[in-house]
Design a protein. Structure first.
Lengths: 766, 163
């Protein structure tokens, strides 16, 4: 690994000092002169024909400046499936469907105006279950589509029948996965303002500023060039901002109609009801192994409820099939997922994007196979682990791979090995408290993910006459620390301290294009772009310094904020080099540019094969749990997380990603479930939707495995999502070790664990 | 109905004419212009709006501003003194306890109240004291570590010097 000065250091985030004193400007803090407050009226029925919307009383309320309905919608549909409109005028398909919206001088006035809008509905038959939605005669969510089946994903490699015939052991199980919310502490917020020339500025916490420009233009019937996105500090995103959602065009429609800036902020219950969620799934899995422990086949059939409109929730099978086909070496694989419309809430991208789901079922099944073969679960995984330099049958070209190291590292932290019968030795805790340990591994894209025709990012590096470095990057800071990691990369190349670097990443008018902050791609993709831009800027500095120092460019090096001639040891600081370059005849500026689009492919539309990412991240977790057999409560005592991140640009930030991911994984495993009944969210608050608190957290130990990826900037790979993907499986496997139960439904609440324990006890007594 | 209320915000005495239904959070973010206090749920569940009321942490979304007559209110803007960060703030920055930072102001005030009461703490006490402040980014590990480090710093300063 290259020796570095700034890369690899535990540096504080660049934005932390302002955030520590309450000085950062979040979306909720944007205040514009004359700004109005918007409010949305949602449907009163999960499925109904809208007969009449009467807004006259709302419009007459003093303080109301605009009321919009479907009549104000431009004649276009938007969204991934082009099945959505900002406001619904003919049919509402879920309780979070927008029917009207108002803008008023105060939020309270807007709220009152909403209550004055009268809507006449004719209720239509509903469907809230994905399996029921596929039955003949089921109510159609989108009548014009003729079916509730949105898309079927089919993948295979090898011959399943051959794999089955080769199996000495076969196991199967069905899994039930819940709705999960992002749980960002800042609710969704947007401020829309048109300037005097008719151009729209949107203050937004989006993760896809450039795609949003395009999508919004489509939704509003504008040209993309008429939209500027200004990104504020973001109070948590986690995939929430990965698509356009109706509140964004609605804010713009209100701003246009009122000719005033309009702020549209979700309340917390509204956030739980109207923001996209992780989709629930029902999954059947079968898998086999030979007596010697080699895997033979894996077959997965998944049914996904995507809600009433298509967003990224309908694309998660791409990730699920990757885990199914490529986590461990499996010669024969079949995967099928059906994405189905229902009258339930819309589902979108949530951190890990299909991978927490698939890693849960794949690693639960792996554990069963280990037990069936009688091989130690860690050994069983090591035996089938992916290897560096391997190309999977799916076409993933694995370059660096630390899966083995990760598994070994977490296993080394366990004081014993799991039992094969779920009868772990009693701890000292008492007879009703039983302890167990469990393992799970994970594979995640770590070098971008080509889901759009470009997976690129642009960067510009400018050095000014004081030697200050400005990085303009397409990529957005959403709290994860990307701007700090990118600044470290640039500082390393230019030989400055990180304090000499400013990062500009929030304005689509200034920054170069980027596809978005998702798929753990920023450090890798935006990092490579920033690296290239910094190299070009350095080359320009070398050209000028070469004359100043009378040394050829290849003799020069950038360090300590200056350019040094290696042989003579003479140096000139960056500001002086830049001034010399500016203030001369035919002067030039120091601006380097970089564009990085990884050498990857869109997956084939029929086979779903192809190398979607330029590098893959790996990880493993070991969970130690205590199961209370009297109450059913599962307490995680310890979680050990090892991740292959290629190279940690900032180890402290990497740990932060893993620890934060683990918090989400723990919730997914044990406490978090959005309860949706008849299309309504029953627990739209943090009291009943339980995030892990500081007091609930187990001890988390993070282990960084560095494999130095050949394509990554300074060897780095992405790490944003892997912290939480294997957690639920590791915990479920630990529960098996403790009490011999295989839990297949998440979250593993005390009620569910107790019911399973009761069933186990009554079976035992027969 | 409106009423005249006298409050002391970060040491600055103010007399304001306020709607009796106005929450302390709305007043702070509205008339007082102190945007560092964040709104996460408006129901007292998330802790993002935590401020100190006469030294005690409260979720300001559940407190009526008119009930703060004569009270000392301390917000995130009043934690650093004369440009000097509180040890909790400095440790959060240095130890990676801040990611998106939306929970940070509330977290800082809960921690400050805890440490002002007693800087000699163990990890379990810190975790318990911060249990009312939700964070979705960090997994809390680095926040707890930062508060413990700040506690050590304060305890060391408070310890009687020998010799």
């Amino acid at each position: 690994m290259t020796a570095t000065n700034v890369v690899g250091r535990r540096l504080p985030k660049l934005d932390a000092p302002d955030k520590a004193v309450g000085r950062a400007t979040y979306g909720h803090d944007v205040r514009l002169p004359g700004m109005l407050h918007g409010r949305i009226l949602y449907s009163a029925h999960p499925h109904a024909r809208v007969l009449h919307v009467d807004v006259t009383r709302a419009e007459r309320l003093p303080g109301v400046h605009a009321v919009v309905t479907a009549a104000d919608n431009p004649p276009t549909r938007f969204g991934y499936g082009k099945d959505n409109t900002p406001l619904k005028g003919e049919v509402v398909r879920s309780l979070r469907d927008e029917v009207a919206a108002v803008a008023a001088v105060e939020p309270e006035v807007a709220e009152e105006a909403i209550s004055l809008i009268r809507v006449d509905y004719e209720p239509l038959p509903t469907v809230f279950d994905a399996a029921a939605a596929l039955k003949p005669g089921a109510p159609l969510v989108h009548a014009d589509r003729g079916s509730n089946l949105v898309q079927t994903y089919r993948y295979r490699h090898g011959e399943l029948a051959v794999g089955e015939a080769e199996s000495d052991f076969t196991v199967e199980a069905e899994f039930e996965l819940p709705y999960v919310a992002h749980g960002a502490i800042e609710t969704s917020i947007v401020v829309a303002a048109f300037d005097g020339r008719g151009r729209l500025t949107l203050y937004s916490g989006t993760q896809i500023p450039f795609l949003l420009q395009r999508d919004l233009a489509e939704a509003l019937h504008l040209d993309g060039s008429q939209i500027r996105i200004l990104q504020t500090a973001v109070g948590g995103a986690f995939g929430r901002g990965l698509d356009i959602y109706p509140f964004e065009p609605i804010a713009a429609l209100l701003a246009r109609k009122s000719a005033r800036p309009v702020r549209l902020a979700f309340s917390r219950p509204e956030e739980f009801r109207a923001a996209p969620v992780r989709q629930p799934a029902h999954v059947q899995v079968r898998a086999g192994a030979r007596r010697d422990g080699r895997l033979t086949f894996r077959a997965v059939r998944a049914l996904l409820d995507i809600g009433a409109y298509v967003s990224w929730g309908a694309v998660t099978p791409l990730v699920m099939m990757e885990t199914t086909a490529s986590l461990y070496r499996v010669p024969h694989v079949e995967f099928q997922a059906d994405c189905v419309y229902t009258n339930n809430p819309i589902t979108g991208a949530v951190r890990g994007y299909g991978n927490p789901q698939s890693t849960f079922f794949v690693e639960s099944i792996m554990d069963r196979l280990a037990v069936a073969t009688g091989i130690d679960p860690v050994q069983f995984r090591l035996q089938n682990a992916n290897l560096p330099g391997e190309e999977t049958a799916q076409g993933l070209r694995i370059t660096s791979c630390g899966l083995r190291e990760c598994l070994e590292a977490v296993a080394a932290r366990a004081d014993r090995r799991p039992t094969s019968d779920g009868a772990a030795p009693d701890g000292a805790a008492g007879r009703h408290l039983r302890r167990g340990i469990g393992f799970a591994a994970t594979l995640n894209v770590g070098g971008g993910a080509r889901i759009y025709r470009s997976d690129g990012c642009g960067a510009v590096v400018k050095v000014d006459d004081f030697g200050r470095v400005s990085l303009l990057t397409g990529s957005t800071e959403i709290g994860q620390g990307s701007e700090t990691a990118l600044a470290q990369i640039v500082a390393e190349v230019l030989g400055t301290s990180i304090d000499a670097v400013s990062v500009h990443n929030s304005d689509t008018d200034l920054k170069p294009w980027d596809v978005g902050v998702h798929a753990s791609r920023t450090t890798f993709i935006a990092g490579n772009a920033a690296y290239l831009a910094a190299l070009e800027a350095r080359q320009q500095l070398y050209e000028t310094a070469s004359a100043l120092l009378s040394a050829p460019p290849e003799e020069l090096e950038a360090r300590d904020g200056a350019i040094f001639a290696r042989t003579s040891g003479a140096s000139v600081d960056l500001g002086k080099v830049v001034r010399a370059r500016h203030f001369r005849e035919a002067g030039q500026i120091v601006v380097g540019e970089g564009w990085y689009d990884p050498p990857t492919q869109l997956v084939d539309k029929e086979t779903y094969k192809g190398n979607i990412s330029a590098a893959y991240g790996f990880g493993a977790q070991m969970a130690e749990v205590e199961v209370d057999t009297e109450t059913g409560r599962v307490r995680v005592l310890r979680l050990v997380c090892a991740n292959d991140v290629g190279r940690a640009i900032n180890p402290m930030a990497v740990e932060g990603q893993i620890e934060g991911g683990a918090q989400m994984g723990l919730g997914y495993a044990l406490t978090e479930e959005l309860l949706v009944r008849d299309g309504d969210v029953l627990n739209p608050d943090f009291l009943d939707y339980r995030l892990f608190t500081a007091a609930d957290m187990p001890e988390i130990e993070t282990i960084i495995v560095e494999t130095s990826d050949p394509e990554g900037p300074f060897g780095a790979k992405g790490v944003g999502e892997m912290g939480g993907t294997p957690t639920a499986a590791a915990i479920a496997n630990a529960v098996f070790d403790a009490v011999g139960l295989r839990l297949t439904r998440l979250p593993m609440t005390p009620e569910r664990v107790l019911a399973a324990l009761d069933a186990q006890r009554s079976q035992g007594s027969v | 109905m409106k009423r005249l209320v006298r409050l002391v915000i970060n040491g600055d005495e103010q007399t304001v004419y306020l709607d009796t239904r106005r929450t302390l959070l709305d007043f702070l973010r509205g008339e007082a212009g102190l945007l560092g206090t964040h709104r996460g749920c408006d129901a007292g569940d998330c802790g993002a709006c935590t401020v100190l009321l006469d030294g005690q942490p409260v979720t300001s979304c559940l407190v009526l501003a008119v009930d703060c007559e004569g009270a000392q209110v301390r917000t995130i803007e009043g934690v650093a003194q004369g440009g000097r960060l509180h040890p909790v703030q400095r440790q959060l920055i240095e130890r990676g306890g801040i990611q998106c930072g939306f929970c940070t102001p509330g977290m800082v005030l809960s921690a400050v109240a805890l440490l002002e009461e007693n800087p000699r703490l163990d990890k379990a006490q810190v975790r318990q004291a911060l249990a009312g402040n939700l964070c979705r980014c960090t997994g809390y590990a680095k926040i707890v570590e930062a508060v413990l480090a700040a506690a050590d710093e304060i305890a060391a300063q408070a310890a009687p010097r020998i010799g």
